[in-house]
Design a binder for this molecule. Structure first.
Ligand SMILES: [Zn+2]
Length: 241
């Protein structure tokens, strides 16, 4: 099914914080991107999306990476003067991808020199309070150094989990429906009760995933889908944040 590549803008009236920056068109070959799937994407989409809210890439004060796969860090070249944060283990993962990631072309090697030349890139190892209302927590599983961003929003707590859970139904396997890319509600097959979360083939460390699941869950006042902002959830396109 068609799914979005997403980036998220956080604003508090003073600062603009961007979570991930999408995929770059240089990664498209014959109209196909990740996994050989057809895609429409690129730097232009990100620039245009920011322009819709009156911003340029240089207006972003902080760039946060949930992880450094091609569809999350593909436009790093636009933020080389921006204070940026990723986990140390994820940068190491980018330099030394596991075999499955190489086969699937999960990383865009052209991102490496851009990140290396980003003087304000901070590689952290673990959890940190970034600023009032934003906490970074290390949640490996999808990649070795994935992190989630815990945010106090005006609507309450939200956790931007990146691709720890690509979709909410992976964290809530008993869900029976989701929204597709066009906003239509579609039926999905639920897992049995008792399966805490679904570890798909895109999870590189299942043990870490289950630990990260517990960690994310512990941050939520209740275990409900609306607290999670997932890396490829179409519902987010339709205001469900
Ligand atoms: Zn992704």
């Amino acid at each position: 099914m068609k799914l979005p590549y997403l980036a998220f803008l956080l604003q508090d009236g003073e600062k603009n914080v961007l979570i991930d920056n999408g995929i770059n068109e240089r990664f498209l070959i014959d109209g196909k991107a990740w996994g050989g799937a057809p895609a429409e994407c690129g730097e232009k989409d990100l620039v245009e999306s920011l322009a819709k809210v009156g911003l340029k890439p240089s207006d972003i004060d902080v760039m946060l990476y949930t992880h450094l796969h091609n569809d999350h860090a593909g436009n790093a070249q636009l933020f080389m003067d921006t204070p940026s944060y990723a986990q140390y283990d994820d940068f190491d993962n980018l330099l030394n991808p596991c075999y499955g990631e190489t086969v699937r072309r999960d990383h865009d090697p052209e991102v490496i020199p851009f990140l290396r030349k980003t003087p304000k890139l901070v590689l952290i190892d673990g959890d940190m309070d970034l600023m009032e209302g934003i906490r970074l927590i290390k949640t490996p599983g999808h990649t070795r150094g994935s992190q989630s961003i815990v945010v106090n929003t005006t609507k309450g707590l939200r956790i931007f989990v990146g691709d720890l859970f690509h979709l909410r139904c992976m964290a809530f396997p008993t869900l029976t429906e989701m929204k597709d890319y066009d906003g239509k509600t579609v039926k999905i097959t639920p897992y049995d009760e008792g399966v805490p979360c679904v570890a798909s083939t895109l999870i590189y460390d299942h043990y870490a995933l289950y630990k990260s699941y517990d960690k994310v869950r512990a941050y939520c006042p209740e275990w409900k889908p609306e607290y999670l902002i997932c890396g490829h959830e179409s519902a987010h396109l339709y205001g469900e944040i």
